[in-house]
Design a protein around this ligand. Structure first.
Ligand SMILES: [Zn+2]
Length: 412
């Protein structure tokens, strides 16, 4: 939509005359006088340049813009260089500028030239450069603090404008797998607080891809209910995923979206490592007619399973790992036996089912990191989410901008 008129160097002279009244010569006084002068100077400067560009463009045989009605880019006549006023938010402050208007000689329709020359969309009040900067600030700190900081540096911007900029910036951000990065990643979820929903109301799910040089990038973000929404997290990446020979995904989420890609995607369930002890509390509660919470037996089962699921870092010897797994297996068999003798039916059933999957995962993971890489990403999210009240969309948008900045190279 926007045009770039700078196909050649245009020189525009700008004379500036100003009058200031100051009560003393301190730098503070001088700078505050400058701040008062700035909007007027900025307005004059932009208008002068834009009129210069307009004159230059109008002098060309083929214009760098065309008629909105008939597409003509040949002949136009000036209607005004100083027409109706319009408001634009620059990175310094709002400026009120006069519209430039021309008329098409072919069809007679009139059109404004100002935003076309500035490379902006029709009616747009906040240019891309401006809202991205505000959007980034709003994702880095609270809206109230954003307003405070901006005001301190001369921006006359309120927190509502920052909020809107975050929403707008987020709409431009789309996460998916990068075909140039590693064919492996991790997906996990964590509870986040949402307005009107008690405590940890919704689940934030994040899908990260491992990078060639180490570290992770974000390939998907979703906020939704605890059970479900996983397909939305992965959907965007399916196309890129098909380009990989094989993709290794570590997750405890629902991966049914990959059913059709079974030969491409191998999934390692990490469920045992982080979720088994948690799930165990629930099965022990189900066995409550046989076992009392926090009793000696309850503590024994819990602590044994916690130990079995815990992984020692810095073990890189294959034989040690094998021995560790053997010992963990033996220990698990004993706990299951202990539970069976005492008729903790739900717990026995649960542990029996988890058993096999659990050791494959430990085997695979022993070489790598002991804690989920997504955990670090969650911390980054929570530092912002925990200082606000959020709607689902508001929370998702601020998270998107923040993660794009911290992990995917987005900058303003
Ligand atoms: Zn026309």
């Amino acid at each position: 939509m926007g045009v770039s008129p700078c196909t050649t160097n245009i020189t525009i002279d700008f004379d500036c005359q100003f009058r200031v009244e100051i009560k003393d010569g301190s730098l503070t006084t001088i700078l505050s006088a400058f701040c008062k002068l700035l909007p007027q100077m900025l307005k004059d400067f932009i208008e002068k340049v834009v009129v210069g560009l307009g004159e230059y463009a109008m002098g060309l045989k083929k214009k760098p813009f065309c008629c909105d009605e008939c597409g003509n880019d040949g002949e136009f006549i000036w209607k005004t260089r100083h027409g109706k006023k319009t408001k634009i938010l620059t990175v310094f402050t709002w400026v009120i500028l006069h519209q430039l208007q021309v008329q098409c000689k072919k069809c007679g329709s009139k059109m404004y030239l100002l935003r076309k020359l500035l490379g902006m969309e029709p009616m747009q009040r906040i240019p891309v450069d401006t809202y991205r900067k505000l959007g980034l600030i709003g994702s880095l700190t609270t809206y109230r603090v954003s307003e405070k900081i901006l005001t301190m540096f001369g921006w006359a911007v309120d927190k509502m404008t920052v909020w809107k900029a975050v929403q707008k910036t987020a709409q431009e951000i789309d996460f998916k797998l990068d075909p140039e990065e590693k064919p492996s990643g991790e997906a996990d979820g964590t509870g986040i607080g949402i307005n009107g929903i008690k405590k940890r109301g919704k689940e934030l799910k994040v899908f990260v891809q491992y990078k060639q040089g180490g570290g992770v990038r974000v390939a998907g973000v979703h906020i939704g209910n605890y059970n479900g929404g996983w397909e939305k997290l992965f959907k965007n990446s399916l196309g890129v995923l098909k380009g990989f020979k094989k993709f290794l995904l570590i997750t405890d989420g629902d991966t049914s979206i990959f059913e059709g890609l079974k030969d491409k995607v191998s999934v390692i369930f990490q469920r045992c490592l982080w979720h088994i002890p948690h799930q165990l509390k629930y099965t022990l509660w189900k066995d409550k007619d046989k076992i009392v919470r926090k009793s000696r037996e309850w503590l024994h089962v819990m602590s044994e399973v916690l130990e079995i699921c815990a992984i020692r870092p810095l073990v890189d010897c294959e034989e040690t790992i094998k021995a560790m797994i053997a010992s963990k297996k033996e220990r698990l068999t004993k706990v299951i036996e202990y539970c069976r003798e005492r008729e903790y039916k739900a717990t026995v059933e649960y542990l029996e089912n988890a058993k096999d999957n659990m050791f494959t995962a430990i085997n695979n993971r022993l070489h790598g990191k002991t804690t989920s890489r997504v955990e670090r990403v969650f911390k980054t999210v929570n530092m912002r989410i925990n200082v606000g009240k959020w709607s689902v969309d508001g929370g998702l948008n601020v998270t998107k901008v923040r993660l794009a900045y911290y992990y995917n190279g987005f900058d303003a």
